[in-house]
Write a protein that binds this ligand. Structure first.
Ligand code: SF4
Ligand code: SF4
Length: 395
């Protein structure tokens, strides 16, 4: 039998992550009863709140449930004690992110605005240095590569050659994928520990792997929530298609997407789509957070605002860059190119492995882990029927 240690500091730790209403909950269970996503063996949020109250941090680490909550807010709006269970689940997710992250950076970023702004600034200055200092990455580009012809017309082939930018994109994507992958693997190991002696053959792990892709691409469980689930799911889905489109344009199609002069290429249409979606959805989310008119936007952590502001600024600087390039204005194009990267690269470096973006990985992985557990439980041999003789002995 597994023994769990009680952690008396857990509730105050959670308060630092934004969950300071724990003491109001009197465990009535209403929140679990009204939650449209709580079913079968994955019941929440009361169970998770109970773990928090009694300091069972190891049980929390073994729980995929916080990632199955889509923060629809039904539980918060019906809690008789105003304990804000939806917000407690949100704070638990931040706490979990800080535990999955082996570097310890997530914790610092969630608990310190100075750390978050400071790290973003350091990465932005690194990007600026790449363009200011000649000879970095063993190639000639940036401000030192600007010659007479690059002052007459926009010459991105000199200022930011596609080959150099493309390799840098791949290196960045590889690094972020590695960091996020290690953290996701740690999450799997934590949750796997909670399976106890349950046998989970490799065939089940492999056979259910497709669920990560399905849930990652569609987030379809969200549609089972109440509270305008379709509208909120659609906005989120559009945002994800915006990221995915921009990712493909930059990582796969950059040679076609980054063009000289005003010549039109069909890839621009995808760029317009991604930019419109990022701008539109982030504007709507910022408006809702300011007005606090949606249940999930009544409380905003600093990291929520940073995420939205960085996305919005990335899209806006991308539009400005596109406009000055089409107008063939060399200096504004070069300057805005660097400004755009000084926003986009820090956002990716800080938010993907250590901040808000990583929920895109943890949610589908949690759903996968639940499916693996359910399939493994269903495949266990049924207990032997109790014979009359055995029954008599047992009595
Ligand atoms: S959070 Fe509210 S609804 Fe849920 S168990 Fe506690 S008091 Fe009840
Ligand atoms: S916020 Fe919605 S999905 Fe999350 S626990 Fe509450 S009712 Fe369930």
């Amino acid at each position: 039998m597994q023994h769990y240690r009680m952690d008396p500091a857990l509730s105050s730790e959670l308060a630092a992550f934004g969950g300071d209403t724990l003491g109001r909950c009197f465990s009535c269970g209403n929140c679990t009863a009204v939650c449209g996503l709580s079913k079968g063996d994955t019941v929440f949020p009361r169970k998770i709140i109970r773990y928090l109250q009694v300091g069972l941090s190891d049980r929390l680490l073994e729980s995929p449930e916080p990632w199955l909550c889509y923060y629809c807010g039904t539980c918060s709006s019906t809690c008789p004690r105003d304990a804000e269970p939806g917000e407690l689940m949100m704070a638990t997710r931040r706490w979990l992110v800080s535990k999955y992250d082996w570097t310890g950076l997530s914790k610092r970023l969630y608990l310190s605005e100075a750390w978050e702004v400071g790290l973003l600034a350091v990465v932005a200055l690194f990007v600026l240095a790449l363009f200011l200092v000649p000879g970095w990455l063993g190639a000639s580009f940036g401000f030192s590569a600007i010659n007479t012809s690059a002052l007459e017309h926009v010459r991105l082939d000199l200022f930011a050659p596609t080959g150099v930018v493309h390799y840098a994109d791949w290196a960045l994507a590889g690094l972020l994928g590695l960091l996020l992958g290690i953290n996701a693997l740690r999450m799997v190991l934590f949750v796997r520990k909670g399976y106890g002696s349950l046998k989970t053959p490799a065939s089940i792990w492999l056979g259910k792997a497709y669920e990560i892709l399905v849930h990652g691409a569609t987030q379809k469980r969200w549609l089972q929530c109440d509270n305008d689930a379709r509208g909120r799911w659609l906005r989120h889905f559009l945002l994800v298609t915006g990221y995915a489109t921009m990712f493909l344009l930059v990582i796969v199609f950059l040679p076609a997407f980054q063009r000289e002069g005003a010549e039109f290429h069909y890839t621009a249409i995808f760029g317009y789509y991604a930019t419109a979606v990022l701008l539109g959805v982030t504007l709507l989310a910022m408006r809702s957070r300011l007005k606090k008119d949606e249940q999930d936007h009544r409380f905003s952590h600093f990291s929520d605002w940073m995420f939205l502001v960085l996305l919005f600024m990335t899209a806006l600087s991308g539009i400005a860059l596109h406009a000055v390039r089409l107008l063939d204005l060399p200096w504004p194009t070069y300057i805005l190119y660097v400004v755009h990267l000084m926003i986009a690269v820090p956002m990716l470096v800080v938010e993907v492995p250590f901040g808000k973006w990583n929920h895109l990985a943890y949610r589908p992985v949690a759903q996968y882990l639940v499916s693996v557990r359910e399939t493994a439980q269903a495949s266990q041999p049924a207990p032997a029927p109790v014979t009359r003789h055995a029954h008599a002995v047992a009595r």
